[in-house]
Design a protein around this ligand. Structure first.
Ligand code: IPM
Ligand code: MG
Length: 358
């Protein structure tokens, strides 16, 4: 059965890295049918809308969405702000597709173990941030200006059911890993965090094998730098997860290598999801063949695993990435003396070759 993938290359280096991801999917023998659509700044340029209705329809009619990156200085001052790639594209897409569970693994790859900026970074980091993605302060109402524009309001809002469904994902992810879950909040200050803690504690009874602890977000930020190897799964709300996932990705020393999955509810046996690299659109290097395609390739691998249920093919792609790095190939962002610098497509070719020569 062919699997229908909506492809949103987006802006900046998005299209270049997505090309390599599809090349690798094909080399892995993944039976996908790819349909491309404009999104983000590209959507705005083409249709005056960062999330054109036909792009949204395509996503809804597909089994999964593979995305590059969106945004860039070209659209930073577009008016009204609801036409900007992030506010008018990415956030409504997450909401419309009900992508409430954002999985961001941060893992040091063998070949790059020494690249962590942390002194003790040589110890392996292998953690997963499970971030709530469609609630909290990103979407809460009211959000407005008052007092002639001199007072600004954002609202952090969470309902019990929103917390329950993301906590369930957090526990499930922990069950599939090392059964260790740290729920991160700011319960010493925020009411939403006290409800969060209450709900997570209640749900823990259904997962007796998972060891659960709670951590305040400021402490978690510090612990990630002090000893990241203590973490297995970090479960947290939208904005804390945004910040902590950037921090977690950087301490692996390889931001250009990190994938993500944003998942909705299960559709039969399959889970609908959107897959994208954690890195941004890097407009300064777009079109130069310098971008690192590995995060996009690993995002495609997550798609094969989570939405298609093919753990074997996903593991083969991950191994091929490690092999290409093991051969000493590096894109500019991870270059170091003694390795060979390659372009975006050369890196994609190398990963594809590792798969076809298995
Ligand atoms: C991310 C990004 C987005 C977010 C921005 C671009 C709206 O930082 O995916 O982490 O804050 O969610
Ligand atoms: Mg972010």
């Amino acid at each position: 059965m062919s699997f229908k993938v909506a492809v949103l290359p987006g802006d900046g280096i998005g299209p270049e890295v997505i090309d390599e991801a599809i090349k690798v999917l094909k080399a892995a023998g993944f039976d996908g049918e790819y349909e491309f659509a404009a999104f983000g700044g590209a959507g705005y340029d083409e249709c005056g809308d960062p999330l054109p209705p036909k792009t949204l329809d395509l996503c809804k009619a597909s089994d999964a969405v593979l995305m590059g990156a969106v945004g860039g200085p070209k659209w930073d001052n577009v008016q009204p702000i609801t036409k900007r790639p992030e506010i008018g594209g990415l956030l409504p897409l997450r909401r419309e597709l009900n992508l409430f569970a954002n999985l961001r693994p941060a893992k040091t790859l063998q070949a790059l173990l020494h690249a962590s900026p942390l002194k003790e970074g040589r110890s392996r980091i292998d953690l997963m941030v499970v971030r709530e993605l469609t609630g909290g302060i990103y979407f809460g109402e009211p959000r407005e200006r008052r007092d002639n524009g001199n007072t600004a309001i954002d609202s952090m809002v969470y309902s019990r059911s929103e917390i329950e469904r993301i906590a369930k994902r957090g526990f499930e992810v922990a069950m599939s890993r090392r059964q260790h879950l740290v729920s991160v909040d700011k319960a010493n200050v925020l009411e939403t965090s006290r409800l969060w803690r209450e709900v997570v504690d209640e749900m823990a009874k259904d997962y007796p094998k998972v060891s659960l602890s709670h951590m305040l977000v400021d402490n978690c930020a510090m612990q990630l730098v002090r000893d990241p190897s203590q973490f297995d799964v970090i479960l947290t709300e939208n904005m804390f997860g945004d910040i902590l996932s950037d921090e977690a990705s950087m301490i692996t020393g390889s931001l250009g290598l990190l994938p993500s999955a944003s998942l909705s509810d299960a559709k039969g046996d399959n889970v609908f999801g959107l897959y994208e690299p954690v890195h941004g659109s890097a407009p300064d290097i777009a079109g130069q063949g310098r971008a690192n395609p590995l995060a996009a390739i690993l995002s495609a691998s997550m798609m094969v695993k989570y939405s298609f249920g093919d753990d074997g093919t996903s593991a083969r792609i991950d191994n091929a990435v490690e092999k290409a790095l093991g051969q000493g190939l590096r894109t500019a962002d991870i270059f170091e003396p003694g390795t060979n610098i390659v372009s975006t497509s050369e890196m994609g070719n190398a990963v594809a070759e590792c798969l076809t020569q298995e």
